[in-house]
Design a protein around this ligand. Structure first.
Ligand code: HEC
Ligand code: HEC
Length: 453
């Protein structure tokens, strides 16, 4: 990769010269934020992927008495959300949860269904839904498979694992596959390019991080001003011309992301402990995660794999060939992805209480376990919902049961998705051992402080 460095330096210099004087700290234009909010929450951008009936018929596939979709529509909607891990929409959405929406052919009646960004980026906690909170209960595979089967269509061949557990999703491989069937000019290819990507399923980061980040995605290889990188999701159907038409709208949507704020911790915080914890944080954590409050400074640090020690597959799985191909397309023309960096970006910790499980792969269920690696479970259950009855304010994160051995006989797919197994590809819970050397008292103070962010 070194041989590319001169070219990269040259490109990077060009990017610096060409980029507008705008830094991540500037607050976005309120008019753009409002346009972005409306564009994101009230518009569908994809053609219908399923019939409207697929939504109503999915319940017949559950192998149990689902409420009737016609006569008990509300009960059915609640059961549907529970089944696939979707959340009530906090904006008008025809009775559908975040992530699903009615769709039609241009100008036609909206008789079909499509998915949107919020299927992964719409979550809830304690019964309150938030646009931009990662969806930590989603079973993407079951959702897509059941809607397709409910339409009496054959399932597409599965080229990679969409998810083996609830809440994680392989968004990277979706992009990699879509990019492999496009040429550099984004025209369609019949034969996929061999790009060699092998990415794991991931936890979904909250959009409110974007207010502070200057580079984005877990590996920090993309400039956070890139609007076009968000358009990768649309490579499933859009032409280059159509993508170009969407760019101004998604520029507003990115402004909306940068305006989002995390929810506040809803339970009591001990101010004396939290103040002591702030000192522990200053000594052990600030250099990577920055400072908080009105004068907060975020260092935007990329940490090498050898130092962070967390699962390497996400960082390695984005192959050089894939990045190089992406960089030859219009998507990367303004902000090419970095070809050199291999590691993980230390994320901002704003609203960290609300985004368990932790690390890029969601392999650690609580902050207490993150900060004491000996307490991390190797195999654990994911919560049935994001209600506060499943939340653990002492350890900060989701309550879990330890599963000592792989279930035998294997569980049916639906139940199996409730078990997170850190021995699987990309799901290791190793690394980030920066809390291990703290005493129990200091660690507990630190956790109290983290609740205030
Ligand atoms: C299938 C689930 C899924 C869908 C659908 C999805 N995303 Fe994401 N998104 C993710 C995951 C997972 C990541 C983290 C990816 C990584 O870093 O490798 C992510 C990362 C991002 C980031 C970077 C956040 C950060 O802090 O670094 C942005 C911006 C983003 N998505 C925007 C969008 C937009 C806009 C849409 C809709 C057009 C969308 N996403 C649709 C799963 C999804
Ligand atoms: C050397 C830099 C470094 C230090 C020091 C460090 N961290 Fe981190 N931290 C990271 C990186 C990088 C990640 C992301 C790793 C990943 O996802 O694989 C991370 C992830 C986290 C996460 C999970 C974030 C999420 O959204 O899932 C938390 C919480 C966290 N760190 C807290 C702390 C605390 C508290 C301390 C001090 C005891 C600390 N870190 C010290 C670099 C650091």
């Amino acid at each position: 990769m070194r041989r590319r460095s001169r070219i990269r330096e040259f490109l990077a210099a060009g990017v610096v010269l060409l980029s507008p004087t705008w830094s991540a700290g500037d607050s976005p234009d309120p008019a753009a934020v409002e346009r972005g909010r409306v564009a994101l929450t009230s518009t569908g951008y994809l053609k219908p992927g399923w019939s409207g009936a697929a939504y109503r018929r999915a319940g017949t596939l559950w192998g149990q008495n689902a409420p009737d979709a016609e006569t008990s529509a509300d009960d059915y909607a609640a059961a549907f959300n529970q089944r696939y891990g979707l959340h009530t929409a906090p904006y008008p959405n025809d009775g559908l949860p975040m992530g699903l929406r009615r769709a039609g052919q241009p100008g036609g009646e909206k008789t079909g269904m499509q998915i949107d960004c919020m299927v992964c980026h719409g979550g809830s906690i304690g019964g309150q839904s938030y646009v931009g909170l990662g969806n930590t209960t989603l079973d993407m595979r079951a959702l897509l498979y059941d809607l397709t089967r409910a339409d009496n269509r054959r399932l597409p061949p599965s080229l990679f694992h969409l998810n083996t557990a609830r809440g994680t999703v392989n968004a990277g491989m979706i992009s990699a596959v879509l990019l492999s069937v496009r040429n550099s000019d984004l025209s369609m290819r019949k034969i996929p390019l061999p790009l060699g990507a092998n990415l794991p399923e991931l936890d979904v980061p909250p959009w409110w991080h974007l207010a502070r980040k200057t580079t984005m995605y877990y590996d920090g290889r993309t400039d956070a001003r890139s609007v076009r990188s968000s358009l990768q999701f649309f490579l499933a159907e859009k032409s280059l011309e159509e993508l170009k038409e969407l760019e101004p709208t998604f520029r507003d949507i990115l402004a909306y992301f940068k305006s989002l704020k995390p929810p506040k911790y809803p339970f009591a915080i001990d101010p004396v402990k939290a103040e002591r914890g702030k000192t522990v944080f200053a000594k052990n954590c600030v250099k990577c995660h920055g400072t908080y409050g009105p004068d907060g400074h975020y260092p935007n640090r990329l940490v090498e794999l050898a130092v962070i020690g967390t699962d390497p597959e996400r960082a390695h799985g984005l192959s050089d060939r894939l990045v190089a191909h992406y960089n030859t397309t219009w998507l990367a023309e303004d902000y090419p992805a970095d070809l050199e960096k291999i590691g993980y970006q230390a994320p901002p910790l704003d609203g960290i209480w609300a985004t368990a499980p932790y690390l890029h792969n969601g392999s650690v269920p609580t902050l207490a376990a993150l900060l004491k690696s000996a307490d991390r479970p190797a195999r654990f259950t994911r919560p049935p919902s994001t209600g506060f009855e499943h939340y653990d304010p002492a350890h900060v994160g989701w309550k879990f049961d330890v599963v000592t051995a792989p279930p035998s006989p294997p569980l049916p797919p639906f139940e199996a998705q409730f078990i997170y197994d850190t021995s699987r590809f990309g799901l290791s819970n190793a690394g980030h051992r920066f809390g291990d050397s703290l005493g129990d008292e200091a660690r507990s103070d630190l956790i109290e402080y983290l609740k205030t962010l």
